[in-house]
Design a protein around this ligand. Structure first.
Ligand code: R5P
Length: 292
């Protein structure tokens, strides 16, 4: 098989190709003077081809590149195009929260399928059921929980794995299993007498314990910073954080460290200074499962 990579995730694509003992082909890319994008697969392809392209910021450009790349790979001779998008943008707009809104993830997934993807591998999509809802092609959502958990193995004292909200509890639970630790999620509570709102772990005490907060995305860092402050004010000994996609909008890391987080680590779905854990292995495993 051949792995075709764009510049959006070249390092990760190279690791995946190495793990699968596949040849790596780099797409040529340029921008026309009017701002339109151009790309070209520089050789003939055949059989199954894996296209690795992440859609981290600037998302709109990268989504356009993804669609162009799928068509280019198909046109270069691929019989089957297996698309790997380590970070899939627009996944958080997974329903019409307000009347008149689009379901953005539905638009993106339908476009990927319509343009010619035969299978899709994503990493830790915000709501996994979006894939079943919008795709008819085979798909796998890779969860890098084991890899992130291993980074912290043996480094935390009496750890409690904490999700910033109930929706993210499954990540905390899976990570707790690997680390043989307790897990919980943060919940807003109102003091019935004073009316004061506090954010506290639903049922566990953090007093004197190391807390590892786990989430899918760090964008502005606001969610993580708020969760860290809650854990610290509830008596946590040290607060650490792990996320899959480090989007890190300007100032996010300052906010996170400023809130008292001792260390934050992410995977390499999005290149960043904290992207220290590779998802190449679980992606390669998923690709083996998709092989006919
Ligand atoms: C929200 O639903 C996500 O799971 C993340 O918690 C959120 O996207 C993080 O964003 P920010 O870093 O801007 O708070």
């Amino acid at each position: 098989m051949t792995v075709v990579a764009t510049h959006s995730s070249l390092g990760l694509a190279a690791r995946v190709a190495e793990l699968l003992s596949d040849e790596l082909v780099l797409v040529e890319e340029k921008l026309f003077p009017d701002g339109e994008r151009y790309l070209r697969v520089p050789c003939k392809l055949e059989g199954d081809v894996i296209l690795v392209h992440s859609t981290h910021p600037p998302q709109d450009e990268r989504i356009m590149e993804l669609l162009l790349a799928i068509d280019a790979v198909r046109g270069a001779g691929a019989k089957r195009v297996v698309v790997v998008t380590p970070y899939l943008a627009y996944a958080r707009q997974d329903k019409r929260f307000l009347e008149g809104e689009p379901i953005s993830i539905g638009v993106v997934l339908q476009a990927v399928q319509a343009v010619g993807a035969d299978a899709l591998v994503v990493v830790d999509i915000h709501k996994p059921s979006s894939l079943d809802e919008w795709l008819r092609i085979p798909h796998i959502n890779v969860l890098p929980i084991k890899q992130l958990a291993e980074y912290f193995k043996g480094r935390l004292r009496d750890p409690l794995i904490l999700a910033p909200d109930k929706g993210a509890l499954h990540r905390a639970r899976d990570m707790a299993r690997v680390l043989d630790a307790d897990y919980d999620y943060l919940e807003k509570r109102r003091d019935r007498v004073t009316g004061e709102i506090r954010v506290l772990p639903k049922s566990m005490s953090v007093e004197g314990r190391d807390v590892l907060i786990v989430d899918d995305i760090i964008s502005t860092g606001g969610t993580l910073a708020a969760a860290a402050k809650s854990a610290i004010s509830a008596g946590a000994r040290g607060v650490y954080a792990a996320c899959t996609h480090a989007l890190l909008v300007s100032g996010a890391l300052d906010k996170v460290y400023g809130a008292g987080v001792r260390e934050v680590v992410a995977t390499d779905t999005v290149p960043s200074p904290i992207s220290k854990v590779s998802v190449a292995e679980p992606i390669a495993e998923a690709l083996k499962r998709l092989s006919p």
